[in-house]
Design a protein around this ligand. Structure first.
Ligand SMILES: *[C@@H]1O[C@H](CO)[C@@H](O)[C@H](O)[C@H]1NC(C)=O
Ligand SMILES: *[C@@H]1O[C@H](CO)[C@@H](O)[C@H](O)[C@H]1NC(C)=O
Ligand SMILES: *[C@@H]1O[C@H](CO)[C@@H](O)[C@H](O)[C@H]1NC(C)=O
Ligand SMILES: *[C@@H]1O[C@H](CO)[C@@H](O)[C@H](O)[C@H]1NC(C)=O
Ligand SMILES: *[C@@H]1O[C@H](CO)[C@@H](O)[C@H](O)[C@H]1NC(C)=O
Ligand SMILES: *[C@@H]1O[C@H](CO)[C@@H](O)[C@H](O)[C@H]1NC(C)=O
Ligand SMILES: *[C@@H]1O[C@H](CO)[C@@H](O)[C@H](O)[C@H]1NC(C)=O
Length: 430
């Protein structure tokens, strides 16, 4: 049986070395949260719509503020590919697509900053961006860093397209952009998007505050196919399998977060309500950046119930920053157990019915021993999606009727059990 424990031996040495590498420029002490323009409406012209534009960004900012999202931690507003013109200006500077951003990027940054939010922009490590044939930053790292800093940008996402000729490593290229951003004197969150190439989890936190660990996550729950890059597929379930292989607790840390890509909350595809809620639970457990790629301008009740869940966000942003690992994977039933310790001594637990082998709703359990507690301990169980206390239990907890692709997302607390000392104990399975 695997249980939650502090890593020891060679693994601990590795983890400590990695901790020493984390690049603290004051940004992203906690996992970044916010919105990214990639999937909203335009899809960068992929779906034949207009590219992202000033109106879309401003209406999104207004809606985020009106719906109280900044108070919950959603404070990044990031423009993905297609914000820029297809040519640099006469001095070789990046410039926005003029029809889409008639007032320029500085105007947008001021608008965003006036509301206490951060502005993010996208570029590429190589010669071209991924969509629409726009200029990449290769050969212009210092120049582009200065342009972005001059506009007041707070986050720079650097994608992996248009890879330049020559024998360069990702570590060299992204390291150089990181140094260029640093040299501007403006602290910016660097979002490194090398699709998980070159074992980025081993060095990404040394140059960036977040780094993509795999190829793009697409709006599907189960999508084993892969484009370029690392990973085991592009669906939610494949991202989870890949995260289990990498062991998030070893790598993710303040100022250096593993990034499994955007949240596809109710995007369409196969990301229905249950799939989207499960996706959010996994991202929260991993301390992953919570970057919403769907429209947030008019949250439906379903979408709001996922994205505005304070208890789920609290797990994601927990001060201990100990990302969850998978403690159990039953390949015959599809049952997975993920767990993490929290700063106040509580545990966060995710019982996940992956449904890979298919099947009916399942009854799943977690034992206190798996959480690093003695079997006789009494602990109170809180259901994070139901917003309900389940009672005080000793030995463990059993959740019934978890349907295909669904989860039981729990916060388990010894301290809360003490506070409720007069309540009965239940031994699961009896
Ligand atoms: C530049 O790097 C140093 C050393 O890591 C860090 O302390 C500083 O905050 C960084 N400055 C900016 C502007 O990113
Ligand atoms: C590229 O760099 C690698 C690592 O430094 C080296 O082993 C390889 O020989 C180089 N290839 C070329 C074509 O220069
Ligand atoms: C990256 O920076 C190093 C150190 O300044 C430099 O030697 C190297 O040429 C740079 N690489 C590229 C591709 O510009
Ligand atoms: C928001 O969405 C609801 C439900 O889909 C719809 O009834 C309403 O008209 C929308 N409001 C705006 C301002 O788009
Ligand atoms: C975990 O279980 C799934 C089936 O639910 C299986 O496909 C996968 O290979 C298992 N992973 C490991 C690492 O055993
Ligand atoms: C503690 O007991 C109170 C009163 O019975 C109850 O409302 C609350 O949900 C309980 N809390 C937990 C964590 O079980
Ligand atoms: C917990 O679930 C496992 C796997 O399904 C099962 O073997 C075990 O008996 C269960 N334990 C309890 C106490 O229900």
């Amino acid at each position: 049986m695997r249980s939650l424990s502090i890593a020891h031996g060679p693994v601990k040495v590795l983890a400590l070395l990695h901790a020493a590498l984390a690049y603290d420029n004051g940004m992203a002490r906690r996992p970044p949260m916010g919105w990214n323009s990639w999937c909203t409406d335009s899809l960068c012209n992929l779906a034949g719509h207009d590219p992202c534009n000033e109106h879309m960004v401003i209406s999104t900012v207004d809606a985020m503020v009106a719906q109280g999202m900044p108070e919950l931690g959603y404070n990044y507003v990031t423009l993905d590919d297609c914000w820029s013109a297809k040519e640099r200006d006469a001095s070789g500077n990046l410039q926005p697509e003029p029809r889409a951003f008639p007032n320029g990027i500085k105007y947008l940054a001021d608008y965003v900053h006036a509301r206490g939010l951060y502005l993010g922009l996208y570029t590429c490590v190589g010669m071209k961006t991924c969509k629409g044939d726009r200029p990449g930053s290769f050969g212009h790292y210092e120049q582009d860093a200065k342009t972005l800093a001059g506009w007041g940008v707070d986050l720079v996402k650097m994608d992996h397209c248009g890879y330049p000729p020559g024998n360069h490593t990702d570590k060299e290229l992204y390291g150089n952009m990181s140094a260029a951003l640093n040299a501007t004197g403006r602290p910016m969150t660097f979002s490194l998007c090398s699709w998980g190439e070159a074992s980025v989890w081993e060095w990404g936190a040394g140059v960036a505050q977040m780094y993509r660990i795999a190829m793009d996550h697409l709006p599907f729950f189960n999508l084993p196919s892969m484009a370029a890059g690392q990973g085991l597929g592009q669906g939610t379930i494949q991202v989870a399998e890949w995260m289990a292989v990498l062991q998030p607790s070893l790598w993710s840390r303040p100022f250096g977060w593993m990034d499994p890509d955007f949240l596809m909350t109710l995007w369409g595809g196969t990301m229905d309500f249950i799939a989207s809620r499960t996706e959010y639970s996994l991202w929260a457990m991993w301390s992953a950046p919570l970057l919403i790629a769907t429209d947030v301008r008019n949250l439906t009740a379903e979408k709001a119930s996922i994205l505005l869940n304070k208890e789920a966000i609290a797990i994601n942003q927990d001060a201990l920053a100990h990302a969850a690992d998978r403690l159990r994977n039953d390949s015959a039933t599809g049952e997975q157990l993920w767990a993490r310790p929290l700063a106040n001594g509580d545990r966060a637990v995710l019982l996940f019915h992956s449904c890979l082998p298919g099947g009916a709703p399942r009854t799943m359990n977690v034992s206190w021993a798996e959480l690093g507690w003695e079997a006789g301990a009494r602990a109170a169980v809180r259901d994070i999606w139901a917003h309900e206390d389940r009672g005080v239990f000793s030995g463990g907890y059993t959740a019934v009727d978890i349907s295909c692709r669904d989860v039981a997302f729990l916060r388990i607390s010894k301290a809360a059990a003490v506070a409720n000392g007069t309540r009965h104990s239940v031994v699961p399975g009896k």
